[in-house]
Write a protein that binds this ligand. Structure first.
Ligand SMILES: [Zn+2]
Length: 270
């Protein structure tokens, strides 16, 4: 068997968690990442028949049965992932219609996957249904996006339009916009179901007064998606209290659509 710590997916996961911590998005044990792996990807590094432990998930996700995920651990700190990846990360395979997870690697201190596992798995199922290339679900607490949910209207059209107006490239990076959930109790199946529902129409879902969920085809893309929205929110928080003299108009947004061959979410531009 090859050394799993040298696997491309593992190196990228560790770098991403480290980078997210460096951005200030994942204080203490905040944030969690799950990455869908193919069986071919993992068999070079571990024996998929060797199950270390079986952990009940507390939910059902029939469409994810047999799927394998590299996921961050509950109560674990992103800042520590690079030093002890085998403690802070785990590889699990969903079985029994998603009701159980078989641990194939990691969580060596007896730990288990993030408490937001339901929201992650339900979001994977929702994104895979609209985009079979989706591999990543990422949750974190970016400062300015979070701040924005205290002072900006939570209407999804208004929230999205404000972000698009803050940086020219926003509409190009997330033409599907951001969906917004009101404050809800985290770590529950209810917020998982609500997040997955919102994931059907956008790759970014704001959890008001908490953070954000992002989804994408790889770690870089998903990180970049959140990074771009967070940059826009930072601009907003710098200017929201000042008289607005200029903005990006809808006419200019339509020019961006043509130039970059993207289509803004239906009904979001005049
Ligand atoms: Zn959180």
């Amino acid at each position: 068997m090859k050394d799993i710590l040298q696997a491309k997916f593992m190196v990228e996961m560790i770098r991403t968690a480290t980078n997210m911590y460096a951005h200030g998005w994942d204080e203490r044990n905040g944030g969690n990442i799950s990455l869908l792996l193919s069986e071919e990807e993992v068999t070079e590094y571990l024996d998929p028949e060797k199950v270390l432990r079986t952990i009940p998930t507390g939910f059902e996700a029939k469409e994810l049965d047999g799927k394998i995920f590299l996921v961050t651990g509950t109560g674990k700190y992103f800042k520590n992932v690079q030093y002890e990846p085998d403690v802070n990360l785990g590889i699990v395979r969903l079985t029994d219609g998603g009701r159980n997870a078989e641990l194939l690697w990691g969580f060596t201190d007896g730990g288990q996957f993030t408490s937001e596992f339901p929201a992650h798995m339900m979001s994977h199922a929702a994104r895979l249904a609209v985009d079979p290339a989706n591999r990543v679900v990422m949750h974190c607490h970016p400062t300015n996006l979070l701040a924005m949910t205290y002072v900006h209207d939570l209407d999804e059209v208004q929230f999205t339009r404000t972000l698009w107006q803050m940086c020219t490239e926003c509409i190009v990076v997330f033409p599907d916009g951001v969906n917004v959930l009101p404050w809800m109790l985290c770590g529950t199946n209810e917020i998982g179901v609500a997040t997955a529902e919102k994931m059907k129409t956008a790759r970014l879902v704001i959890w008001s007064q908490h953070g954000i969920y992002g989804a994408g085809k790889d770690l870089d893309e998903t990180f970049g998606l959140i990074e771009t929205a967070e940059k826009a929110a930072e601009i907003y928080m710098k200017i929201a209290h000042l008289p607005l003299k200029n903005t990006i108009t809808d006419v200019q947004m339509h020019e961006l659509e043509v130039r970059f061959n993207v289509k803004a979410r239906e009904g979001y531009l005049s």
